[in-house]
Ligand binder design. Structure first.
Ligand code: C2E
Ligand code: CA
Ligand code: CA
Length: 741
């Protein structure tokens, strides 16, 4: 102890030599601060040490002092002793500067002692003090004895005083540790309360269990009640599904952490994290210490975040992020188990138009209703996700083959046919669907997605409102089609598209009543191409509009010319594809072009196919059709019988002509259908036109069945406009009939 502190100041250094700014002094003052809590409090052990010192040395007073920066505090059982004095005037302030016991018989010369003496109404002559050296090395104060008389203080006395000082220092240290421990415990329990962690201690040998306060709070139990045994806890609070796990964990003394839902004493549901740690002695489990944490808010927050991050807020369906995750998982699962997974991509047909024309509210309602129908059509184990906008995807795990995708999709399509009501509006929607199967089509998630996308593209190109299942050959077809569309764009800029005209002949009396304008592509390398070679262009968003202009302007400029040349062409029918028909303001466009070319509306017929009327927003299409019809344009329903429309569906639209598809006309087995369509058309006041009449027998049959008009190679193939006047002249003269007879 004597060697620990390097500079050994003399017992009575002058006051101004006190190293109040040394690092040691700063550390010491800081250290003293840790014991200040003892000032003004009674401490039995320190009191005993003082009493012991007083008796041992037969002194008048004994005290423990703490020396701060400016003050000195006295800890002593003496009733009259002051608690604090100015430090500078005390012997103790000198004692703390060294390691040795300081003794003085001139204590009365000390001004502070004099005051102390005055306060104690006592004459003090003698002082002896031993420094209190703490574990950190600082002297925080002294143990001192005071006497009224001068006395001798031998080495033995010094030794004893020193030992007592060590005892006092130890007691200070102990008190401090206790305090810190109490603080820590308070912190721990505060932290436990804040973190909502309750702990329990289960003794396996005795079967007793102890709970922390927080444990009671979390479980909403009266703290006066005894803690529940693990079995009672399981029975009363744990959900049956988790009971087995809990029992097992307890029985096998397994340390495990798990989040479970419990029903606490007041009946509310909470989520807790449960963890237990088993203590072994000689390989035997003796005790299980565990804690539960109330994570309800955390859990609910997570669920909420999960919902926000993984759910589409409009429909509540999984979003793209969750779809991607789930899709990868399902593929992985299928790879391991050797099962098949179906993937469906679904696009609503012309959804953009619904939004544009009926408003976003209607669009939202529609999306919600589609989402709801989708969840109804597919299995509960299937994942129906909204990828964004009007794009949906369905993952169908564990299917046997493509049929397992097709069947529910047909159900969905049927559900979609039921109109959606919103405010005073009623509208329908259709969907284009592409499907692909893992692993038969492709063997990774990305490839499968691409395959389904190609199939979807096919479904759209084939006229939408249908499902197409991916076949490997489609990939090449898609690539070819992309190339074709690129070429069409080029061909449009080079004005390679022209119209040919095919006569429409009235059966009785036999006369040409009009012409149908059919597009041809004067391809620089491949020659004259029929629309088959570029059909997809009619449904391609930009190209469709450009081709529509070609048809409209081509036909109208031709009609203008024929009108001026007095060519009796009757009317001209133009074909308008679904994509072209749904272009905004088609009615406007047609009216403008009619005016521009000075062609009366009643000389124009517009041919549309059933799929124009099917699907979404029939009221928008209806408006366009009605406007055109009201302005005098005739409306013909083309390819009747090939689509899904029933005449009942179409009754709401003004339709003047019904064109029976050539596949029926040319198939002898379909004669009954042809007759039925003719009868139906007649009963609805429509004229019926039969297409693809190639032979006299067909013509005879149609005539017998009451068909009004025909079109076909029997009379003429489509021809360039320049050949029409001559044809009409020959026909009127009876030449053509003579030729084909
Ligand atoms: P569509 O409207 O059904 O036209 C009738 C098709 O039948 C024409 O084929 C015509 O050449 C063909 N055809 C006429 N009589 C006979 C016959 O006796 N036997 C056989 N086998 N075929 C006959 P085309 O010209 O190849 O046109 C195909 C389709 O392309 C048209 O079918 C129409 O849907 C579309 N299309 C043609 N021009 C246009 C156009 O300007 N705009 C739009 N949107 N589509 C057009
Ligand atoms: Ca047509
Ligand atoms: Ca047709």
């Amino acid at each position: 102890m004597t060697t620990r502190r390097a500079p050994k100041p003399s017992p009575f250094p002058p006051e101004d030599a006190m190293a109040s700014f040394s690092v040691e002094e700063v550390l010491r003052v800081e250290e003293v601060g840790r014991y200040r809590f003892l000032v003004g409090r009674r401490n039995e052990m320190l009191d005993d040490i003082c009493t012991l010192a007083k008796g041992l040395f037969a002194a008048h007073h004994a005290a423990v002092s703490l020396v701060g920066e400016r003050d000195l505090w006295l800890l002593t059982p003496e009733p009259d002793a002051p608690t604090s004095l100015p430090r500078s005037e005390t012997f103790c302030s000198r004692t703390i500067l060294g390691d040795d016991v300081v003794v003085s018989n001139r204590a009365d010369a000390d001004p502070a002692m004099a005051r102390f003496w005055a306060q104690c109404r006592d004459e003090i002559q003698f002082y002896a003090g031993a420094p209190l050296t703490m574990a950190e090395g600082s002297n925080v104060g002294a143990l001192c004895i005071l006497d009224r008389k001068r006395r001798t203080f031998g080495d033995g006395d010094r030794e004893h005083l020193h030992k007592l000082a060590v005892l006092a220092a130890n007691e200070l240290q102990r008190q401090r540790t206790l305090l810190e421990l109490r603080d820590q415990q308070a912190l721990v329990s505060q932290a436990a309360a804040l973190a909502r962690v309750g702990s329990w201690d289960l003794n396996f040998a005795t079967g007793t269990i102890a709970w922390s306060e927080e444990m009671y709070r979390i479980l909403r139990m009266d703290p006066a009640r005894p803690p529940l045994t693990p079995e009672e806890f399981a029975d009363r609070m744990v959900e049956p599904a988790d009971r087995e796990w809990l029992a097992n964990a307890m029985q096998n003394a397994v340390s495990e952490s798990r989040a479970i839902q419990i029903v606490v004493a007041d009946g509310t549901r909470r989520w807790i994290n449960l963890i237990g740690e088993v203590e072994h002695v000689d390989g035997v489990a003796v005790r299980m210490l565990g804690s539960i944490q109330d994570v309800t808010e955390l859990h609910e927050g997570r669920v909420q975040i999960e919902r926000l991050a993984y759910r589409d807020s409009l429909t509540g369906l999984p979003n793209r992020a969750l779809f991607t995750k789930q899709f990868q998982l399902e593929i992985e699962q299928a790879r391991i188990q050797g099962t098949k997974v179906g993937l469906i991509l679904l696009d609503l047909d012309h959804f953009k138009d619904v939004n544009d024309t009926l408003g976003h509210d209607a669009g939202d309602v529609l999306l919600q209703s589609v989402a709801e129908r989708m969840t109804r059509a597919y299995r509960r184990t299937d994942t129906v996700a909204r990828l964004g906008g009007d794009e949906f995807a369905i993952i169908l795990p564990d299917i046997r083959g493509a049929e397992d995708m097709t069947r529910p999709t047909e159900v969905l399509m049927a559900l979609l046919r039921h109109p959606v009501e919103h405010g005073d509006k009623v509208f329908t929607i259709s969907a284009s669907v592409g499907g692909a199967v893992y692993p038969s089509d492709d063997d990774n998630a990305a490839q499968l997605l691409k395959s389904a996308d190609i199939a979807l593209y096919e479904a759209k190109a084939a006229g939408r409102n249908r499902m197409v299942t991916y076949k490997p050959a489609m990939r090449a077809i898609v690539e070819q089609r992309m190339e074709m569309l690129r070429e069409v764009r080029l061909g449009l800029s080079r004005q390679e598209f022209v119209l040919y005209y095919q006569p429409v002949v009235n059966i009785a009396p036999e006369a040409v009543t009009g012409l149908e304008a059919l597009m041809r592509w004067n391809h620089p390398a491949r020659g004259l191409l029929p629309p088959d070679a570029f059909m997809a262009a009619f449904e391609h968003q930009d190209l469709a509009a450009a081709l529509c202009d070609v048809t409209l302007d081509g036909a109208l400029s031709q009609m203008r010319a024929w009108i001026e040349q007095d060519v009796p062409f009757g009317r001209v029918a133009i074909n308008v594809s679904a994509a072209q028909f749904r272009a905004p303001d088609l009615a406007d466009l047609v009216e403008r072009r009619l005016r521009h070319w000075g062609v009366p509306a009643n000389r124009l017929t517009i041919e549309v196919t059933e799929n124009v009327y099917m699907g979404w927003g029939s009221d928008v299409v209806g408006n366009t059709v009605r406007r055109l019809h009201d302005s005098g344009v005739l409306i013909a329903l083309d390819d009747f019988g090939t689509g899904y429309a029933s005449l009942a569906n179409l009754k709401q639209f003004p339709i003047d002509r019904l064109k029976i598809d050539k596949s029926f006309v040319q198939n002898i087995d379909d004669q009954a259908i042809v007759r039925a369509v003719i009868t139906l058309g007649a009963s609805l006041g429509m004229k019926v036109v039969a297409e693809g009449v190639e032979g006299l027998d067909q013509l005879a049959f149609l005539e017998r069945s009451g068909c009004d008009q025909v079109q076909g190679y029997h009379f003429a193939r489509p021809m360039p406009g320049a050949e029409v006047p001559a044809f009409l002249r020959r026909f009127a003269a009876g030449d053509e009939i003579a030729r084909s007879a």
